[in-house]
Design a protein around this ligand. Sequence first.
Ligand SMILES: [Zn+2]
Length: 82
Amino acid sequence: MTSENDTVQEHESIKELSALAVAGNLTEAEWAELKAHLAECASCRSVYEEDLLVAKRRMAILGNDSTAAGAGNGLGQFAGAK
Ligand SMILES: [Zn+2]
């Protein structure tokens, strides 16, 4: 049953791509691969959606911080990062 092993490995690599995707670290080719897989694979899609939720929550925290400190002038980033 090597084909099953191949499939499992494909899902595993998609999960890694998913984590990179929400961190904004994918190349266009990797994005294409991820999207193509998610279109057909509900279980990886739910993994990706969960990663997205986590990333959004993290961004909301960072976003609030930089908005409060920066007030749109960009210097807040440095102030926030100390
Ligand atoms: Zn999958």
